[in-house]
Design a protein around this ligand. Structure first.
Ligand SMILES: NC(=O)c1ccc[n+]([C@@H]2O[C@H](COP(=O)([O-])OP(=O)(O)OC[C@H]3O[C@@H](n4cnc5c(N)ncnc54)[C@H](OP(=O)(O)O)[C@@H]3O)[C@@H](O)[C@H]2O)c1
Length: 322
């Protein structure tokens, strides 16, 4: 097992993506220090405590992104840190307090703790395609993007894209801090993540699929792209285990139309009818061209989107969430 004898910290461990990262790490033999806001909240922790290997190698620790220093006890003595905690909402009432401060200050709090600890050899931050897809001039159909593409904070602010702004500012702050403090930083930049859930409640991205099941098309999009949570979690772990891994990693899926999704989901829900739009009326065109060769070089084989969609629906049904 690759992780035997190694201690790693995962922030925001009860979240959707983080829970899968914790699961994989435990299966690979790592000892995991999992930070959560409230270790006594069973709704957020029971699924972690039920994971294989958790009895022997999982420790839950309390930490909040806004409390400076609160991650130090979890990070002290770790070989590596996976920073996934960040608020995910598209409808904040106070964007600064609810999204931007926890994302940016939280990231810096964690990197400060890492800089103090000589045992930490690598930090993997869960960033997002949100930090890639929103340049000053909005992407047009068939535009090409790659790991050198960056969202423009002033564009995000002008358009009130607060979640996207929070991720863009947080990733930028992370790169600046890492450079100044010689931290070996890697960012993972996934698109919309779907696939089975381990936690008992809906998170934002899987809720998009729950909406489809109810016939709704949240973004009013005709074109969609998804990545599987199992691939995203494995990419995080491979980024730690591959010595030559570096920089940003785009993790994105192929283009699908609403009709494609409807056809796949009808195998499970025969009378499903999803609200379709005749054109892409979102802020960007989802038909951009992107290469995922960099993340594939870590050994990631992408799960077909059909499988991810089916597995998401089956998981939501099993947990009685749809
Ligand atoms: N899902 C996607 O499609 C997607 C795509 C690209 C990037 N991402 C990024 O992936 C990461 C995880 O997202 P997710 O989809 O797994 O969402 P999630 O299930 O909502 O997880 C977010 C986690 O952040 C924690 N958190 C929020 N505010 C916090 C605070 N002030 N202090 C400590 N922890 C805090 C939450 O803790 P509580 O459980 O206590 O609320 C939760 O564990 C985020 O950084 C997100 O931006 C997600």
């Amino acid at each position: 097992m690759n992780g035997e004898g190694k201690v790693v910290c995962v922030t925001g461990a009860s979240g959707y993506i983080a829970s899968w990262i914790v699961k994989l790490l435990l299966l690979r033999g790592y000892t995991v220090r999992a930070t959560v806001r409230d270790p006594k909240d069973q709704k957020k922790t029971d699924h972690l405590l039920a994971l294989e290997g958790s009895k022997e190698r999982l420790k839950l620790l309390k930490a909040n992104l806004l409390d400076e220093g609160s991650f130090e006890h979890a990070i002290n003595g770790c070989d590596a840190v996976f920073h996934t905690a960040s608020p995910v909402t598209l409808t904040p009432t106070n964007p600064q307090a609810e999204l931007i401060e926890p994302a940016v200050k939280g990231t810096i709090n964690i990197l400060k703790a890492c800089a103090k600890v000589s045992s930490v050899k690598r930090v993997i931050v869960t960033s997002s395609m949100a930090t890639v897809l929103f340049p000053r001039s909005p992407l047009k159909p068939n535009d090409s993007i790659d790991e050198n593409s960056f969202s423009d904070p002033s564009f995000c602010e002008d358009k009130k894209l607060w979640y996207i702004l929070s991720k863009t500012l947080a990733e930028d702050a992370a790169w600046q801090f890492a450079k100044a403090n010689k931290i070996d930083l890697i960012t993972m930049n996934p698109g919309l993540v779907i696939g089975p859930i381990l936690q008992p409640t809906l998170n934002f991205s899987v809720d998009v699929i729950a909406d489809f099941i109810n016939g709704k098309n949240l973004f009013n999009r005709r074109y969609h792209r998804f990545v599987d949570v199992r691939d995203v979690a494995l990419a995080h772990v491979k980024a730690l285990e591959t010595p030559s891994a570096n920089g940003r990693y785009i993790i994105d899926g192929p283009i699908m139309t609403t009709n494609d999704i409807e056809k796949i989901l009808r195998e499970i829900i025969p009378d499903l009818c999803i609200d379709d739009k005749s054109e892409d009326i979102d802020m960007i065109s989802m038909t951009y061209k992107v290469s995922v060769e960099k993340v594939k070089s870590l050994g990631i084989e992408f799960t077909p989107t059909e499988t991810s969609l089916r597995d998401t629906v089956l998981s939501l049904k099993e947990k009685c969430l749809v």
